[in-house]
Design a protein around this ligand. Sequence first.
Ligand code: BGP
Length: 485
Amino acid sequence: MTEIKRTFPEGFLWGGAVAANQVEGAWNVDGKGISTADMAIYKRNVSKSDYKKHNSMTEEHIQKAMQDTSDHDYPKRQGIDFYHRYPEDLALFGEMGFKTLRVSIAWTRIFPNGDEDKPNEAGLQFYDRLFDEMHKNGIEPLVTLSHYEMPMYLVNHYGGWTQRKVVDFFIHFCKTVFTRYKNKVKHWITFNEIDSIVRHPFTSGGIIPERFENVEQAVYQGLHHQFVASALAVKYCHEIVPGSKIGCMLTRLTTYPHTCNPQDMLAAFKANQFNYFFTDVQVRGAYPHYMKRFFHEKGIVIEKLESDDEILKTHPVDFISFSYYMSLVASADSEGMEKVSGNTIGGVKNPYLETSDWGWQVDPVGLRLSLNELYSRYEVPLFIVENGLGAYDKVEEDGSIQDDYRIDYFRAHFEQMHEAILDGVELMGYTSWGAIDLVSYSSSEMEKRYGFIYVDKDNDGNGTLERKRKKSFYWYKDVISNNGL
Ligand code: BGP
C-alpha cells in the first residue's frame, strides 16, 4: 500500500507555544508587579501532603514567598530569560519556519497591582519589541490574555477572581493591550485552560483555598467572573482590533469508559460532559442544563449581575483552542484498580496506552476523537495550542540531542490530526507546547523538557542558558516546509 501524503490545508498555522510566566523571568524589572506565578516554588520544597490537601499553594507558602525577594527557589521568577533573549529565540523559531507563536502577556508588566488606571509604559514597550521582532521573523503572534498568573495585589485585596471588581480590572487590561497592539496582533485567546480553576484554584484563579469557608463556592464564583470577562474580552477585541479572531481555551480531556458496563459508560459520559461545560458557556453562550443539578447538589449558588446572561449570549468566541496531552479512563467503581496521574488529573490506567516519563497517557487517536467531538458539537474552527511530550533529554558528548522519542510522538499526533482534517474538521493550526525548553507548570522544574530547542539550565538554576537545536528541531522544520508529513 502506498503511504498517504499528509498535506495540511493552505495557510495552516504551524508553530509553537510558551507562556510569559514560564519563560520570561525578569520577574521584578522595568516596573513589573508581583504575580501569582512568582509565588511558585519547586514542588519538592512543599510537603506533598500540604500540596495535596489544598491542591494548591498554601497560605504559609505564599506568605513566605511574598517576603522572599530572591529568585533562588522560584524557577518561574527566572524562567529561561526570554525577556532578554527573545531575539535569539525568535530567530530560531523563524529558522524552523514558524507561522505563529503563542505567547502570553504578563498582566503585572502592564498593571503591576492590577487596579491602576495608567499602564506601565516599560511593560507595554517590551511587548511592542517582542511583537515587532516576531513579525521580522515572519511569525504571527497568537496572544493569551491570561495564562496562569494575575497580580498578587488582587489576590490579597480582592480574593482573586472571586470579586466582581476584578472583571473590570481585567477588562481595563484587555482594552489597553487591544488598543496598543491592534495593528500587530490579530489572534487572541482569553483564558488559558479556563477549566483549570477547578483543579488548581490559586494558579488559575488567584484563590487561596484557606481563605474561604466554602472553597467550591469561591471557585465557581471566580469561574463565573472569568466567563463574563472572557465574553467582554471578545466584545472589545472585535470592537478595537480590526480583523481579529479571539478564542477560548480548554484542557481537552477525552475520557473512555473502562468497560461497556452502562455504569462505566455513564461515568465517562459525565466526565466528558463536565469537560464540555466550559466550552458550552463560551461557544453556546449560556450555562448548560446539566450544571443546574451539579450546582444544586453541591449547594453552590452563583451570584450574577442582571446583564451577565446577555453578555455571555451576545459574545461567543470565534474559535475553540485547546491543549491535548492525554486521554483518561473512567470507571464507576475504581477501587483496587491501577491509577494514573498527570498533573492534578487522574483516572484508571488504560492498558492499551504507553505513558510518558511523567505518567501521562500518550494517545494520538484520542486527539482525532477530540477534534471530531469538539467540531461535531460546536462547528466552529478549532486550534490545537498545546500538545507535546515532556521528557528527560540527554546532551551527547558531541553536543547533539537525539530526541527520536519526541519525533515519534509528534509524527503519531500529526497523522491523527490529518485524519481529523480528512474527517471534515476545520483546524486553524497547531502550536506545540514548550517549543523551547521552559519551566514546567506542574513541577516548576526544568528537567521536564518539551522543546525543539534545548536550554542549558538545570532544576537548581545552574547552566549557561545556551540554546541548542535538538534533532526534532530539524524534523519539525521539514514538516513545516512541506506543510505536512
Ligand atoms: C498546561 C499549561 C501549560 C503547560 C502544560 C504542560 O496545563 O497550560 O502552562 O505547562 O500544561 O504542563 P507541565 O508543565 O506541568 O508539564
